[in-house]
Design a protein around this ligand. Structure first.
Ligand code: NDP
Length: 249
């Protein structure tokens, strides 16, 4: 297979820790060359070193996804350097929680810029090289908050719901070109993002999760690895919640 000599190139944003680092490891295990994007270069280098040490291929492209011009340029640079781009996982995300009545415009804008506009900009930059290669896999990381709403997360839930509409539209526009686009919507996952929450909120989230535990980054990565696989070419425009059953009811 051609892939053994020239591995498919995968960009994973927010790959310096948490779910993104888990996704990068899983894609490297699939034989992809993974390009790790985030702001913290030291942490990116640590993830890249761990992947390389276990026989995988990884490189680092530091980038602030909220700087949309820099993000588009970084994606184009990866495609130019490798003469291809096959896989894009938009995982970088932030929270700035507040009740809607108290939410500032700045809290709204920063979350929308990082969690939604950056996803649009990255997808737009990535589809050109994917179209040239007549093959592409886009996976955008949503959230159960974007499917159900969540008190205190008007900005985050709106951005993540927007990711679903954006992804389904990309899926429709790109299906005939061999490019798929899907959403993985995590439930309550054990990372830095949830680590800062008060214990009372964590207990409540676990109570609302039929599996009665938090999920792990590798459990999200497994769903992403399916959507980016060679075999998933007929699966597009889908939203899979990996949430211990939270969105069943
Ligand atoms: P973490 O806070 O643990 O990690 C966030 C990652 O995003 C880091 O790698 C961070 O890197 C990167 N990032 C944040 N802002 C930027 C930016 N402006 N530019 C580049 N990279 C950025 O979060 P999780 O791993 O928990 O979350 C990953 C994704 O999963 C997010 O989209 C989140 O919304 C989603 N999610 C998480 C859930 C959970 O329970 N944890 C639940 C549902 C969805 P750096 O700081 O180095 O830039």
């Amino acid at each position: 297979m051609a892939e053994e000599t020239t591995p498919r190139i995968a960009i994973v944003t927010g790959a310096s820790r948490g779910i993104g680092a888990g996704i990068a490891v899983a894609l490297a295990k699939q034989g992809r060359h993974v390009v790790l994007m985030a702001r913290n270069v030291d942490k990116l280098n640590e993830v890249a070193a761990a992947i390389t040490a276990s026989g995988g291929k990884a490189s680092v492209a530091a980038c602030d996804v909220a700087d949309h011009t820099a993000l588009a340029a970084a994606i184009e640079a990866v495609a130019d350097q490798h003469k291809r781009l096959d896989i894009l996982v938009n995982n970088a995300g932030i929270t700035r929680d507040n009740l809607m009545l108290r939410m500032s415009d700045d809290e709204w804008d920063s979350v929308l810029n990082t969690n939604l506009r950056a996803v649009f900009v990255a997808c737009r930059a990535a589809v050109r090289p994917m179209m040239r290669g007549k093959w592409g896999r886009i996976v955008n990381i949503g959230s159960t908050s974007g499917l159900m709403g969540n008190a205190g997360q008007a900005n985050y839930a709106a951005a993540k719901a927007g990711v679903v509409g954006l992804t389904k539209t990309i899926a429709r526009e790109m299906a005939s070109k061999g490019i798929t686009a899907n959403v993985v919507a995590p439930g309550f996952i054990d990372t830095d993002m949830t680590g800062v929450l008060p214990q009372q909120i964590k207990d409540l989230a676990i109570e609302h999760t039929p599996a009665k535990r938090m999920g792990r980054a590798d459990e999200i990565a497994a769903a992403v690895a399916y959507f980016t696989s060679e075999e998933a070419g007929f699966t597009t425009g889908q939203v899979v919640a990996v949430d211990g059953g939270m969105t069943m009811y």
